[in-house]
Design a protein around this ligand. Structure first.
Ligand SMILES: Nc1ncnc2c1ncn2[C@@H]1O[C@H](COP(=O)(O)OP(=O)(O)OP(=O)(O)O)[C@@H](O)[C@H]1O
Ligand SMILES: [Mg+2]
Length: 266
């Protein structure tokens, strides 16, 4: 079980597209949470093609928190289905709907992080689209709940230069936390021009996932473009499915190792 935060440095390398692709192929029950502090409603307006969220999402959670409701009990009710069929539940927590709203959320992040951890204890993994790192870093309440943080980069020099600037903000934040959090890279479009191996060596970080460069297929996820035939069976989603399995296994292994250390210490 896991809480995984996905983020980026500069540009729009494909965090939302990759997070959604992972949520649609995740091997267990999963919640995709739109925690981007720059509101865009990208999943509702894109993949969900304008689905009415009925007032559910982050804004409602802020309101409930203000009224003293425990968020863990409310969280699931604030979500929408990402898919209608299948044995695996795939839900979506809609994000902020106005530009300054995330500022009102400053005191809510720790409670939301705890609610994510509790969901995880109920057998639901959480994928958090945290948007960009920004100059102030990511909300500590979110990072405290995370098992892993995946930094999304494209393979151009421009994208990598941005990551070089903003990654230290994130790593400094993680170092200040009491528990160890894994950091990995999610590479969008390996080989355009740099390879994942070259990028991993440059940043001294492991590449946890690679998303293929496929503008048409990506448009299905990012913009709700019509699905080509056998979209879910094709190489683009196939690769995401393999990534989802690998990431979830990697987090499980890290968690088991951490628990062993803790048990040994007690
Ligand atoms: N693997 C991919 N192959 C080709 N195009 C992609 C891929 N992933 C994303 N894109 C395209 O890149 C654009 C930005 O994608 P997305 O919205 O996911 O980025 P983001 O990192 O979430 O951006 P932001 O920081 O603005 O939230 C979209 O047009 C999307 O279709
Ligand atoms: Mg995004």
């Amino acid at each position: 079980m896991a809480v995984i935060v996905l983020t980026s440095a500069t540009g729009a390398p494909g965090v939302t597209t990759a997070s959604l692709g992972l949520a649609l192929t995740w091997p267990r029950h999963v919640l995709l949470a739109d925690c981007d502090r720059e509101p865009a409603q990208a999943v509702q307006a894109g993949y969900l093609r304008g689905m009415d969220h009925g007032g559910r999402g982050m804004m409602s959670l802020a309101h409930l928190h203000r009224e003293g409701h425990p968020l863990a009990a409310e969280l699931w009710r604030q979500t929408l289905p990402l898919v209608q069929e299948g044995d695996v539940q795939r839900r979506f927590l809609p994000g902020f709907t106005s530009p300054g709203a995330s500022r009102l959320f400053e005191h809510v992040w720790p409670a939301l992080g705890e609610a994510f951890e509790q969901l995880d204890a109920q057998g639901v993994d959480v994928l958090v689209d945290a948007g960009r790192i920004t100059t102030t870093g990511l909300p500590l309440g979110l990072l405290s709940a995370a098992d892993a943080v995946l930094v999304t980069v494209r393979t151009s020099l421009r994208s990598l230069a941005g990551a070089r600037i903003h990654l230290p903000t994130l790593t400094d934040q993680l170092q200040a936390l009491p528990r160890e959090t894994s950091v990995g890279l999610l590479v969008v479009g390996p080989g355009r021009p740099y390879s994942s191996a070259e990028i991993a060596a440059q940043f001294a970080l492991p590449v946890w996932a690679e998303v293929l460069w496929e503008p048409k297929q990506a448009g299905v996820l990012s913009d709700g473009d019509p699905e080509p035939r056998r979209f879910f069976e094709g190489s683009f989603m196939g690769r995401l499915r393999a990534d989802a399995k690998a990431v979830s296994e990697r987090v499980s292994r890290a968690r088991q190792a951490r628990e062993l250390v803790l048990r040994g210490a007690s």
